[in-house]
Design a protein around this ligand. Structure first.
Ligand SMILES: NC(=O)c1ccc[n+]([C@@H]2O[C@H](COP(=O)([O-])OP(=O)(O)OC[C@H]3O[C@@H](n4cnc5c(N)ncnc54)[C@H](OP(=O)(O)O)[C@@H]3O)[C@@H](O)[C@H]2O)c1
Length: 326
């Protein structure tokens, strides 16, 4: 642990920004130094709520603050690309909300720039850093359930229709694929690597984005992942990892704190609590990587982020979902 805390700046003051502000207050070695909003009043309100010394009425001003080490990008997806590129050009390390960008081309540009500048960049898929998910990876790698042949996982929430809501508006990158499916896809690629083929059906809603989707990821060794996501439907959020010698259920896998292992004729439940509100673990990973001189996380590489966006580009192409400006 270095003596000085890492100084963070948050871009945007919405829902997830507040979660990260709380997590930063629970993390070791972090100081939340600054926040920026498009409106100075929102920045002031957020800064007062979270006791943040510096507040800015524009994202550009925060990015230029010489004392900020790490910028956390918490805007809707279509703005991630511009925000990340701006922060990297200003010499900041970046943790950016998921998806890193709207499409693979934008993500690859960010990854290249981070590499050229020797700066850390990671997509904030906090699930990947939860202790229960880290344990899941180890249990599967240890062969406890044999060879994984099938993954089933659903991330479906029911959000009342509003064409201006982030999840429905094409201008704000709406749709279930980019916002929700990214979690079960990430769980699958964590365990099985990149798929050979992806296919899927979507229900396209009135605003032209996918409100629900069903995906199949096919892997070279014959394994398959069957995944669904929706902004119009509630479903249980237990992921099931099925192997040749048993299976593992991961209750509420996006924010999991337990695993239920069915193997060798027995059922074993492991309780694996997260620290604080869970987002602490992705913050720890940023600090760990910076402390080790790494510019990307080996747990969630930029190659994986770009490959997942390529798969999502392909799915959107097959559904005819295009975002403004693409
Ligand atoms: N990791 C997670 O668990 C998780 C959960 C939810 C969302 N997310 C991700 O976080 C990002 C933000 O989601 P959110 O739920 O926090 O959204 P949100 O509550 O709508 O907040 C988004 C914020 O972005 C800023 N913004 C900039 N341009 C905007 C525009 N044209 N319209 C609306 N807002 C704009 C606004 O902050 P200012 O007004 O202060 O500029 C706004 O408060 C998304 O990419 C999403 O995928 C992650």
């Amino acid at each position: 642990m270095r003596e000085q805390p890492y100084r963070w700046g948050i871009i945007a003051t919405g829902n997830i920004a507040a979660h990260l502000a709380k997590a930063l207050s629970q993390a070791e070695g972090a100081e939340l130094l600054a926040v920026a909003s498009r409106r100075r009043e929102s920045a002031d309100e957020f800064a007062d709520a979270w006791d943040i010394p510096r507040r800015y009425g524009s994202y550009a001003d925060l990015i230029q603050d010489p004392d900020v080490d790490i910028v956390y990008v918490a805007t809707p997806h279509p703005f991630h690309h511009e925000n990340v590129i701006g922060a990297l050009h200003a010499g900041k390390h970046v943790l950016c909300e998921k998806p890193l960008t709207l499409n693979a081309a934008q993500a690859a540009e960010c990854a290249t720039l981070a590499g050229e500048h020797g700066l850390f960049l990671m997509e904030a898929i906090w699930m990947r850093f939860m202790p229960a998910i880290a344990r899941l990876r180890d249990v599967v790698a240890d062969g406890v359930i044999g060879k994984v042949g099938e993954i089933r996982a659903d991330f479906c929430i029911d959000v009342p229709f509003d064409p201006d809501h982030r999840l429905y508006s094409p201008k704000l990158g709406g749709g279930a694929l980019l916002d929700l499916a990214i979690y079960p896809i990430s769980l699958s690629t964590m365990l099985l690597g990149q798929p050979d083929a992806v296919s899927g059906q979507a229900e396209i809603g009135r605003t032209g984005v996918d409100e629900s989707n069903q995906l199949t990821l096919s892997f070279a060794d014959g394994a398959q992942a069957h995944l669904t996501s929706s902004v119009r439907q509630h479903k249980p959020r237990t992921a099931r990892i099925i192997g040749s010698k048993g299976w593992i259920d991961v209750p509420d896998f996006v924010r999991s704190e337990s695993l239920v292992i069915h193997a060798a004729g027995t059922e074993r439940r492991l309780e694996i609590p997260a620290r604080g509100i869970g987002y602490v673990h992705e913050i720890d990973e940023v600090h760990r990587c910076l402390g080790a001189g790494l510019i990307e996380s080996p747990v969630l590489t930029l190659d994986e982020t770009v490959a997942t966006l390529q798969a999502m580009d392909e799915l959107r192409r097959s559904w005819g979902v295009v975002y403004p400006g693409e």
